[in-house]
Write a protein that binds this ligand. Structure first.
Ligand SMILES: *Cc1c(COP(=O)(O)O)cnc(C)c1O
Length: 366
């Protein structure tokens, strides 16, 4: 069988290792496994949202509302936009897919940071497009503009703040990039961690309304991170009606399950849960910065719910990740991104204690 040529160059997305794998391979009790690898909310699912999910369980025989009226209205109200400017995806991942499929063909190129979210590349490659990267692993407006002028890519991906690095472009820099590109190029502003960036530093906050001023830009958000609903797969895109209308042609019917819709709608009123999550995060992030300083580890100041530690030759990220895994602590090794670095999701105090304990033990053994 001859598969599409575009597949030859695609490497699969490396998902965070599941708890079950550590239980199976190392015989660790599931309750002792700490997963700090996928940027999930360590407070779990908000109890009120979990209740709503159970209440909808008996209606699983019905197809979901394909218009997604209530969720679109809720998001429109939250962001001060119109519901015709909103599209819902099975995770914002699926919207990235709609975007690539509706814009790219093999003669096109796309532009992104040297180290950034892997799915931009994967969806673009599925369409046969060429990947262009800026030289730095953090987002720099000047580098984006220079590469844009040189290669004229069809899509520019701005990950604000950036996964898996944690850096954040300011809103002024982001708008400078959008202002510099022609209207025939789409700028994707991926705000998967925007709640955390806005909590730390308002100058980093880019809102859907800011993006709506541009005919050629789209804002993406997700319920998977701060909202604690990674397992429900709900994300959203916000852009002008004409743009939304085009990418919506790629959307399969009923792409959001009814339980997921109910959960996301309920999550929109969880202001208290979000505030509590952000407060815990802010307090625990400081511990990771202090730990790094005490142990002479370089880190990138984080605007997200994770932190990235960078190592010199004295420590090896693959060895660290393997050693921690054997102790039941799952973190993300960034070796596949070409960095001797690890990414750790900020957990609860107890989860972080465990990380610090085993990582200190590892450092002492060197
Ligand atoms: C997690 C993440 C997403 C999307 O996650 P979904 O679960 O598909 O909504 C998008 N972009 C970045 C940078 C992410 O880290």
């Amino acid at each position: 069988m001859k598969f599409n040529k575009t597949l030859e160059d695609i490497t699969l997305y490396e998902a965070g290792k599941p708890i079950e794998l550590v239980v199976r391979e190392f015989g660790i009790d599931p309750k002792d496994v700490v997963k700090l690898a996928s940027n999930e909310n360590p407070l779990g699912t908000s109890p009120a949202v979990a209740n709503v999910i159970s209440e909808h369980a008996s209606k699983a025989h019905l197809y979901p509302d394909d218009s997604m009226y209530a969720l679109k209205e809720g998001l429109a109200r939250k962001f001060g936009v119109s519901s015709s400017e909103v599209i819902i995806g099975a995770g914002s991942d699926q919207i990235l897919e709609f975007i690539a499929r509706s814009l790219l063909s093999p003669e096109d190129s796309v532009l992104m940071s040297r180290v950034t979210f892997a799915m931009y590349e994967i969806y673009a490659k599925q369409m046969g497009a060429t990947i262009i990267r800026t030289p730095s692993y953090v987002h720099k407006a000047d580098e984006f503009i220079e590469a844009y002028n040189r290669y004229k890519p069809k899509i520019v991906y701005l990950c604000i703040p950036n996964n898996p690095i944690g850096d954040c472009m300011t809103k002024a820099e982001a708008l400078k990039v959008i202002d510099a590109v022609d209207k025939s190029t789409l700028v994707v502003v991926d705000g998967a961690y925007m709640e955390y960036a806005a909590f730390k530093d308002k100058t980093c906050e880019v809102t859907p309304k800011d993006i709506l001023k541009y005919p050629n830009a789209i804002y993406l958000g997700t319920f998977s991170k701060a909202y604690g609903l990674g397992g429900m797969r709900v994300g959203y895109g916000i852009a002008n009606e004409a743009l939304i209308g085009q990418i919506a042609k790629m959307r399969p019917p009923f792409n959001i399950a009814s339980l997921s819709l109910a959960a996301a709608i309920a999550a929109l009123s969880e202001d208290e849960f979000i505030a509590k999550s952000l407060a815990l995060h802010g307090e625990q992030l400081l511990r990771y910065e202090e730990f790094a300083v005490l142990n002479n580890i370089s880190f990138i100041p984080s605007y997200t719910n994770f932190i990235t530690y960078l190592f010199d030759e004295s420590l090896n990220s693959t060895e660290i990740a393997d050693a921690l895994l054997k102790k039941g602590v799952i973190i993300r090794n960034l070796a596949s991104y070409g960095l001797n670095a690890i990414r750790i999701t900020i957990g609860t105090a107890e989860q972080n204690d465990k990380f610090f304990h085993y990582f200190s033990e590892f450092i002492a053994s060197k």
